[in-house]
Design a protein around this ligand. Structure first.
Ligand code: HH2
Length: 264
């Protein structure tokens, strides 16, 4: 899953794709580089300094890009939003997946997803995008993440979303310290055991910079290591800024672990 942030203040690519033409070009670049899904987001979830945007502002950011991608991009589009209003616009414009970091907190989101038949990503987080780090306290992070994802998936099914349309995500970096992130990654098979496809998003997050080193090459190698481990542990989707590098890491990990050979 290639990341396309249409935001002025995102983690690592804030401001680069605010211009719709630049955003479209980048989506097509990621498609050529081997992405399978493009994840379009109009709200930054950076813990410090990200500004809360209104749904209208979020729509104004993503709608022109969705319009211009129609007919150009062959890949499915995922909309990274917590707001049903934004998801509705994106689904009408052809998006196939709602990537909801709040796991259906907006009461209008589940009915919308159920009616549209889209796939949904349910991510674990505590608090909101601005203050989640305050909630990084657990007795057992893995058990609590598993319990949360299981409950949200059950809720989604009760709301009419097909089981086969549910993807779960442990929410790396959301209400989690470096130790929590590592604990979750080390125990990914327990999350996969829930029986839903698992998405992992670790690309360029703070703990990668902290552990692998801050220069771009170190971050790239750190990302690739996590992506390989995630896939080897059973993840089905990895959310990345650089699909070409991720493709190579995934091809290698899948070949070793699953004895399947896919050309990168
Ligand atoms: N991480 C970010 C945003 N959306 N969605 C899912 N499902 N999983 C994630 O781990 C995830 C996500 C944050 O990363 P990024 O897009 O790089 O930064 P920002 O939120 O500042 O735009």
């Amino acid at each position: 899953m290639g990341i396309l942030n249409i935001t002025p203040d995102s983690f690592s690519d804030g401001g680069r794709y605010l211009d719709p033409e630049a955003a479209v070009a980048h989506a097509l670049e990621m498609e050529a580089a081997g992405a399978d899904i493009i994840d379009l987001g109009g709200e930054s979830t950076r813990p410090l300094g990200a500004r809360e945007v209104s749904p209208l502002e979020e729509i104004a950011r993503v709608r022109p890009v969705l319009r211009q991608l129609a007919g150009k991009l062959r890949l499915p589009i995922s909309i990274d939003t917590r707001r049903a209003e934004v998801a509705r616009v994106a689904l009408e414009a052809g998006a196939a997946i709602v990537n909801d970091i709040s796991a259906l907190a907006d009461p209008a989101m589940a009915p919308l997803a159920a009616a549209s038949g889209c796939a949904v990503v349910l991510m674990h987080m505590r608090g909101g995008p601005q203050d989640h780090i305050k909630f990084a306290r657990y007795n057992s992070v893995v058990a609590e993440v598993v319990k949360f994802l299981e409950a949200r998936a059950r809720f989604a099914i009760e709301q009419g979303i097909a089981r086969s349309r549910i993807i779960v995500d442990p929410g790396i970096g959301f209400a989690k310290t470096t130790t929590h992130n590592l604990e979750v990654l080390r125990n990914l098979p327990r999350i996969c055991a829930l029986g839903y496809p698992v998405l992992v998003g670790a690309s360029r997050k703070t703990f990668v910079r902290k552990l692998a080193g801050n220069d771009p090459e170190a971050v790239r190698l750190g990302n690739a290591a996590i992506e390989a481990i995630a896939v080897a542990s059973g993840a089905s989707i990895i959310r990345v800024h650089e699909p070409a590098a991720a493709r190579a890491a995934v091809a290698m990990a899948a070949a070793v672990v699953r004895a399947t050979i896919s050309k990168g």
